[in-house]
Structure formats: C-alpha cells, structure tokens
Design a protein around this ligand. Structure first.
Ligand code: B12
Ligand code: SF4
Length: 580
C-alpha cells in the first residue's frame, strides 16, 4: 500500500535547518531529539530518504506535527491534513464505513488524511482532538439522519469553538437534504451535495490555492455574504474510473476483520456499494433531490474484482450490497452473478419489484444459484392510487406485489418488503382505514409467502419539494427544524427512525396501532436475519402472538415487547442485519 504522497510538503525539503521550516508559529519543542512519532522538523524519513519524515511518520499514524500553516523561505502555502469521521450509527457489530472509505479514495495519494470511525471508538472525541492538536486542519464528517447526528453536531460545534481555523465539511444524505439548517448553524463551512468523488478534492485544492474558485465547484453548498449558495450538480462520473477503495489504508486504522461479522448471510459478511443514485423519482425518497433520477453503476467486472479481493485477502463469504438500487440493470446483475457463482458466497441487495419482475426466470434462477439470498423492496402500500401518487415509476401495482412474492418463493429468494403506514388522507377516518387495509394486505402477502420479510415504517414526510405529496404534507402543518441542534431532540431522532414521527395527521391511536401490529408481526414471524433467535425462542414468540395476530389484537402487546427486549430482537431497518 502506498503511503500518501504529500507533494506540496516536499517543497520545504530544500530548507536546511528545522527553524527555517516553520517560523510562523513556534515549534512546541524544537530542542527535542528526532522521534519515531516525531515532528517533520526533527525526524528523518528512514523509509524514504529524501522525503520529509512526516511521510514516514504518517504511515505510522502518530503524527505530532504541531502546525500545518507552514511558511517557508519562498512562499506561504497551506498543506491540508484531513480527518474523515464516521459518527456512530449502531450500537454494535458495525459495517465498513463505505462513505468515508470512498471519500478517502478521492484524496488518497494527494493529501494526508486519517479515518476516525465513531462505531469502533468507545469515545471518538479524544481521538479527533488529538489529530486537531497535531495540526489537522479539515474535519470531514459523513452524516445520515438519526443517531449519527448525536456525534456529528456536538463534535463539529466543539471544533468551531476550540479550533476556529479548522474547516468543517459535511457530506452524505442528511446535509444534502437538510442543508439550510446545516449551513445556517454557523459551524459547518461546506456541504458536499451528493457524490464527493470530484467535489471534495476540488474543494480542498481551492481551499489550498485559490478560494475564489470555490463557487465554480459543482455539488457544493456554502454561505457567502449571508446567502446560501448551492452550486449545480455535476453529471455522475463513470464509476469504473473512480480511484480504488483504500481498504489497506483503512485496515491500518481499524483492522478490516472488525467490520466482518456473522450475519444470516454468512460468517464474514461485508458491505459493498456498487452504484450511485437511482433512476426513479419516488416522491418520498431522499435519494431523488440529490440524484434527480440518475444512476451509474460499477461494471460487474469491477464489483467482482473488489469482492474477490475481500474474499481472498480477508476471508469474506457474504456481501450486503448497500446500493439504493443494485438491480437497475439486468445485464449487469447477470454478468455479476456469472462471475461470482463459483465463489459460493451469499449476498443481499436492494431493488424494485417492477424492475426485477421484468427479469426472466433464468436470470432469477442464476441469481439464486450465484448466492442471492434476499432482496429488499419498497412495497410501500396496499393502495394503487397511493403508489401512483408516490411516483413509484408507474408500473408497480399491489396485484404485482402479491404475484411477485409468490414468484420469489418459487425461485428461492426471500423478498423483504418494506411498507410505510400512515399516509396522509382527507380525514382521520380515511387515514385509519388505509392503515387497516395495509395490515390486511401484509397478512395476505404472508399467507402467500410466509418467508417474506416485512419491514414497517411510520410515515415520515421526506417528500421531494414540488411533488403533490410535498404540497399535501406542508399544507397539513409539517415543518422541518430550522435549527440544526433541534435534530437532537428525542422526537426528531424518532422521526428519523420513522418509528414515531411528528406527522401532524397521525393520532396516537394510529401510531399505536401501527407499532402494535409491528410488534405482533415480528413475534409471529421473527426475522430470519436475527439468527440469535433459536428455534425454541421463535416457537415461544410465535405461540404467544398467534391469537393477537389472527384476531388483530394489537393493543398493548407488552408480553411480546418484554420478550423482544429480553432476547435483544434486532430490527434490521434500525441498525442493519444482526452481525456477530
Ligand atoms: C449503510 C447504511 C446504513 C447503516 C449505517 C452504516 C454506517 N455507516 O455505519 C445502518 C443500517 C446503520 C443505517 C441506518 C439508518 N439509515 Co442508512 N443507509 C445506509 C446506506 C444503505 C449506505 C450508506 C453508504 O455506505 N453509502 C455508500 C457511500 C459511498 O455513498 P454516500 O454515503 O452517498 O457517500 C457519497 C456522498 O454522499 C458523499 N459523502 C458522504 N459522506 C461524506 C463525507 C464527506 C466529508 C464528504 C466530503 C463527502 C461525503 O461522497 C460519497 C462518495 O461519493 C444508505 C443508502 C445509500 N445507498 O447510500 C442508507 C441511508 C443513508 N440511510 C438512511 C436512513 C434514513 C437511515 C436511518 C436514519 C433510518 C432507517 N430506518 O433507514 C437509519 C438509522 C441511522 C443510524 N442508525 O445511524 C437514508 C437517508 C435518507 C435521508 N432522509 O437522508 C438512506 C439514504 C437510505 C434511503 N434511501 O432511505 N443506514
Ligand atoms: S426506487 Fe427506491 S431509491 Fe429509487 S427513488 Fe424510489 S425509493 Fe428512492
């Protein structure tokens, strides 16, 4: 693995004395002898004579350079050093942080950077603080809605307070969609809106060399003279031309094996992301405003190459594909299935019912043979009119969803259907009627294919601006928080998890019914992904919930809740599939 090549810093090599190297700020201890974890001023680089010791030291990741604004004899320049932070997203058994991994790829070999994974640090703040004290000057943070905000917000705020010269950059779905509250917070300088593969290195380059170029960088949101500036979105890049993912480099910070655990798919499951965007425009989906119906995928060959590396070097035997829509191209799916078939791995991905229903039977059989165990689908609702309103692409129908569950049963791939209950309607009675219809429909699906996994969300209004649904939602009084810190309030955290949202038209009785049904359903049909559920535990849960399920008795299912808590039943939609 190459050590990142920090070109600009080699410039100062011509200077002879340490004191010449940095005379803008006083070195912490200029009399100290060269140290293995030392300062570029005082150590020599044994690995690469002729290069500053920092390069060697950085490889050991114990850089203790005090300042990064260097003034050398000829000209002043900044050498940016970057912290890439993945805030904690789950309590245990964590996925490889693909967002910061891919962002790291975009600057690998160009800038010095470090990974900090909040999932694998019991307390990431001291780690970040150490880097900041060592002179790192850019804090890049990836943010999803929900639990990640619990670290992202206070840490970034603290950085602004105690390290005011550090540039703070957020990327990911949360800041791209909620950019107003993020940028107006005063402590996030830039938001990368959508893919960061080109925008991020360009921004760093501009910060370093020419700030006036910043407004010309695509996919960027920032504040200038009090106004929020949103630059245009760049076309999606050819995913095969992206730089390779720096797995080995990440491995130095956090051994990859810590990300590979037992799931229902296999003993060493990894997560992989093979495409950006989605070609559809569902009106509730957070992907749409960012990607505008665009999708680009890596080729089957490249996916295979990466997975093969993980199999050979890290013993991976199963993969969760975290793409928004892995199955857009039948040709790509089939080519990948052919390549991976002999590796005998199991895999899971997210797709659309109407897309995969167009695949022919041979394709589906080949996918199964190649290890495709389960596919996640947005089934959404039992109402065809609502499906149309959601702009699901126009071809998904409730009749098709039933038929498709049966088709999947025959081919042996488990369909995972996600439903959103509690859509807005003209009257509260109509909202409740729709909830009842959805419950009845889900039970019908279960009768056709009992293996179908059901995921239930309570409606959280994240519709695309300008859509009919958006108008309806805002007209009914819904408003996102204006202050970034408000997202830390328990009600907004729950909103993000789509479990008890602040949806104005949903009465407590409606939310209770949805959540009660979910508890009973999870007990009657415990998810296959929670492999800790032994056959005995499953039997007990099923027995206890049978009556409630059959007679729609969803009120106060306390006995089931207690059991689920006792046995730590893991809902895959909240923290991902169980991993040990
Ligand atoms: C893996 C994942 C999870 C994992 C978290 C894994 C982890 N990181 O530790 C788990 C399962 C825990 C999870 C949970 C949730 N998730 Co989630 N998750 C994803 C998923 C499937 C993949 C994320 C990923 O790795 N992407 C791969 C990278 C390469 O893509 P990327 O993140 O977009 O990164 C690019 C750019 O965004 C940008 N970028 C991103 N970060 C940064 C940072 C910097 C500094 C820069 C410069 C650029 C940059 O550059 C990157 C490269 O181009 C996404 C969907 C998706 N396909 O992205 C949903 C997604 C992000 N999750 C989502 C949601 C809503 C949640 C939940 C809040 C709710 C839920 N029930 O699903 C929960 C709870 C959150 C929690 N517990 O923290 C939504 C967000 C929607 C929104 N409204 O904003 C998404 C988009 C799924 C969806 N379509 O609804 N999630
Ligand atoms: S198909 Fe899925 S990812 Fe694509 S727009 Fe619809 S909900 Fe979003």
């Amino acid at each position: 693995m190459d050590i990142p090549n920090i070109v600009s810093r080699t410039h100062c090599l011509n200077l002879k004395a340490a004191g010449d190297y940095c005379h803008q700020e006083k070195h912490t201890d200029s009399s100290a002898p060269p140290q293995a974890d030392g300062c570029i001023n005082h150590a020599t680089n044994n690995a690469n004579p002729g290069l500053p010791a920092g390069r060697f030291i950085r490889a050991a990741l114990t850089v203790t350079v005090r300042h990064s604004t260097l003034t050398c004899g000829r000209n002043d320049f900044l050498v940016l050093r970057i912290i890439l932070f993945n805030p904690r997203s789950a309590r245990s058994k964590h996925r490889i942080p693909n967002s910061i991994l891919q962002v790291g790829a975009s600057i690998h070999g160009k800038y010095e950077y470090v990974f900090v994974d909040g999932n694998l640090e019991s307390d990431p703040w001291p780690v970040i603080q150490r880097y900041l004290d060592e002179g790192f000057d850019v804090f890049g943070c990836t943010v999803m809605p929900g639990p990640q905000l619990l670290q992202a917000i206070p840490y970034t705020k603290r950085i602004r307070e105690f390290y005011p010269n550090v540039t703070t950059i957020w990327g990911g779905y949360f800041p791209s969609n909620q950019y107003k509250s993020v940028i107006n917070s005063g402590y996030v300088d830039y938001v990368i809106n959508g893919p960061g593969d080109e925008a991020f290195p360009r921004l760093l380059h501009a910060l370093e060399h020419d700030k006036s170029a910043i407004p010309f960088i695509h996919n960027l949101i920032f504040k200038k003279d009090g106004a929020v500036i949103k630059t245009p979105l760049a076309p999606l890049v050819d995913q095969d031309q992206l730089p390779p993912l720096p797995y080995d480099y990440l491995n130095r910070f956090y051994p990859l094996k810590r990300y590979l655990g037992r799931t229902f798919l296999g003993k060493r499951t990894t997560a992989y992301h093979s495409s950006m965007g989605c070609p559809f425009t569902c009106s509730f989906c957070a992907v749409v405003p960012i990607y505008n119906a665009r999708w680009k995928g890596k080729s089957a060959e490249l996916i295979y190459k990466d997975i093969k590396y993980l199999i050979d070097e890290h013993g991976v035997d199963s993969v969760e594909f975290h793409d928004n829509n892995f199955f857009v191209s039948e040709k790509r799916t089939i080519a990948f299935s052919r390549l991976i078939r002999d590796e005998k791995i199991s895999w899971w991905g997210e797709g659309r019912i109407d897309t995969i229903d167009k695949y022919n039977d041979e394709s589906l059989s080949l996918m199964r043979e190649a290890g495709c165990r389960m596919i996640f689908f947005g089934a959404e609702t039992s109402d065809d009119e609502l499906l149309k309103k959601m702009d699901k692409g126009g071809t998904q129908t409730t009749e098709q969803m039933m038929r498709f569950a049966d088709r999947m049963k025959k081919v042996g791939i488990i369909p995972e259907y996600s439903f959103v209950l509690g859509f807005p309607a003209e009257t509260p009675e109509k909202v409740m009627e729709q909830i009842d219809r959805d419950i009845a429909y889900i039970k019908q699906i279960k009768a056709i294919n009992p293996e179908t996994e059901i995921i239930i969300y309570v409606y959280s209004p994240v519709p695309t601006e300008g859509s009919a649904l958006y108008e309806q939602v805002t007209a009914s009084g819904f408003k996102f928080p204006e202050k970034l810190e408000d997202w830390l309030e328990p009600q907004w955290q729950n909103f993000d998890l789509r479990k008890n949202p602040l949806t104005p038209w949903l009465t407590p009785a409606m939310v209770d019914k949805i959540l009660g049904f979910e508890t009973v359903l999870n007990a009657r049909y415990p998810t296959v992904s929670d492999f800790r559920m032994t056959p005995l535990k499953r039997k007990v849960m099923q027995g206890l919930s049978e009556l409630r399920y059959r007679h729609n008795l969803f009120k106060f299912p306390l006995e089931l809740k207690i059991l689920q808590r006792l046995w730590k039943y893991r809902q895959p939609e909240l923290e991902g599939f169980l991993m040990e």
